[in-house]
Write a protein of this length. Structure first.
Length: 221
């Protein structure tokens, strides 16, 4: 029997990503969850919601143990603060998602995963416009799985309610703590790369963040 494929799941603590995880579980994928925490800019609220949602999925639908028993937490707050300078701030959310993909790619290399899973939904926020999704994906060395891409937000909420993760995931979104008032909706790749180069390059920034990686146990075993 062929071995089930493995993906790195970028899980934010919001409503969407647990639904994406559940969908890929149902498709037979093994899931290695990663949470990019914006500490010390924010607290641990998003991480706590992420862990609680994943624990719920493990207890309710993950009978085969396909979700890894550890949540990998990577601190990105100090690195993201570098993109609040005037030349880069309008692109903040695109830089953020590109950094997440670079981090996930490095972890995928380490664990032998073949894809990166996100809860992205077309047009829902500025980094998920058609003009930005390609620039975000360009930062990944692996294919991106977006099972929620074409869904209406209400459809995602309805699925989250059925799964039992909706109430866990609700609450204020913390990912925009450093974001601009008017984020770009059509990314300029040359500008993005130049801004990242000024800060040492995207790959180097990802490696710096990965120095903070820690494991948070999800199962009680």
């Amino acid at each position: 029997m062929a071995q089930a494929p493995t993906c790195i799941a970028l899980v934010s603590g919001g409503i969407d990503s647990p639904v994406a995880v559940a969908r890929m579980l149902n498709s037979g994928w093994n899931i290695i969850p990663v949470h990019c925490s914006q500490e010390p800019i924010t607290g641990t609220e998003a991480e706590d919601k992420t862990a609680a949602s994943l624990k719920h999925l493990i207890e309710t639908i993950d009978s085969s143990g396909k979700i890894d028993s550890n949540l990998r937490v990577v601190l990105v707050g100090e690195t993201l603060a570098k993109f609040t300078e005037p030349d880069a701030h309008r692109d903040y959310f695109v830089h953020m998602k590109r950094l997440f993909n670079a981090i996930a790619s490095d972890i995928a290399d380490q664990v032998g995963a073949t894809a990166i899973l996100t809860g992205e939904n077309l047009g829902q926020v500025s980094s998920q416009t058609l003009g930005n999704l390609g620039a975000v994906e360009e930062a990944s060395r692996f294919r991106i799985l977006r099972p929620l891409l074409g869904l209406d937000k209400q459809e995602i909420i309805d699925e989250a309610r059925v799964l039992g993760t909706y109430e866990i995931s609700t609450g204020p979104e913390l990912c925009d703590a450093l974001g601009p008032e008017r984020p770009t909706t059509v990314a300029d790749l040359t500008r993005l790369r130049e801004n990242e180069k000024v800060q040492g390059g995207l790959n180097q920034l990802a490696k710096i963040c990965l120095n903070s990686l820690r494991m948070r146990k999800l199962s009680s075993e």
